[in-house]
Ligand binder design. Structure first.
Ligand SMILES: Nc1ncnc2c1ncn2[C@@H]1O[C@H](COP(=O)(O)OP(=O)(O)OP(=O)(O)O)[C@@H](O)[C@H]1O
Length: 244
């Protein structure tokens, strides 16, 4: 569906700065209707890769292309949800304005946008009473559901979830993962799920790529990668149980 070919991103490189190869020669293809987990410890280049995929940054070299599409994808095909919902939500807006913001930005009149708000919340299993709430009246997990609902308003083919469960407690994280799993089926979308916690993806992600220092170390279906890791790095991560 979306193919990355030898994608690299360097930062710095002016006289005094050292060059940082945040993403180094990354090639893989995201398939239709899969959850693809990108795992890496802090600084491995995961967020940079996510930003390249959604077009917030341009690669230094390489290409990112939709299969069978010549020009760049329209923004609505891709939506990204970040780790910290407070940074992407206006604290003075009620939830009905937050979830419908992309619809209104794309030109839908407010009344028609509001008419879709309740069903968007329904998709993330939040009751309609949340429409009139403000972000400070919602828990962290509920705010992430609201952020997912806002992304769903654009019917994305690809949802990039950048550490969206990392700040949540384990049971809330599990609930949000279950929600993503059901949305993959009901919405027929692909989810790029970025995390530093390898131990959270069993039974959730279809495939996984392990990234270190900007380089993909290993890629494969989740069960085989967890059962028979091919690289010493992945084995060490599994032995450690968590990233350091
Ligand atoms: N704008 C920037 N300018 C210079 N270096 C950067 C910039 N953004 C990221 N880097 C560097 O690129 C590397 C990868 O960073 P990135 O944020 O992509 O990693 P990450 O895996 O998402 O880490 P984390 O999980 O801590 O967010 C790091 O060495 C980081 O210091």
């Amino acid at each position: 569906m979306l193919h990355l070919e030898k994608v690299s991103k360097q930062y710095g490189g002016s006289r005094k700065e050292q060059v940082v190869k945040a993403v180094d020669d990354v090639t893989f293809t995201l398939q239709e209707n899969e959850i693809f987990a990108l795992i890496g410890e802090s600084g491995s280049g995961k967020s940079t890769l996510a930003e390249l995929i959604v077009g917030l940054q341009q690669p230094t070299s390489g290409s990112i292309k939709w299969a069978n599409v010549q020009k760049n994808a329209p923004v609505s095909r891709l939506q990204i949800v970040f780790q910290n919902p407070d940074r992407s939500m206006n604290p003075y807006w009620p939830v009905k304005d937050i979830v419908t913001e992309p619809l209104r930005l794309s030109g839908l009149p407010r009344k028609q946008a509001y008419a879709r708000a309740e069903s968007l919340l329904g998709k993330v299993k939040l009751p309609a009473e949340f429409l009139e709430r403000y972000p400070f009246e919602c828990s962290g997990g509920q705010k992430q559901r609201i952020a997912v609902a806002r992304a769903l308003s654009m019917s994305p083919q690809l949802l990039v979830a950048d550490e969206i469960t990392s700040a949540l407690d384990p049971s809330t994280e599990h609930e949000l993962q279950q929600l993503l799993l059901s949305l993959k089926q009901s919405e027929g979308m692909t989810i790029l799920y970025i995390t530093h916690r390898l131990e959270t993806i069993a039974g959730f992600a279809d495939r996984v790529a392990v990234m270190k220092d900007g380089v993909i170390q290993e890629i494969g279906d989740t069960r085989s990668l967890l059962d028979e890791p091919k690289t010493a790095y992945t084995r060490a991560l599994l032995r450690a149980g968590v990233f350091g």
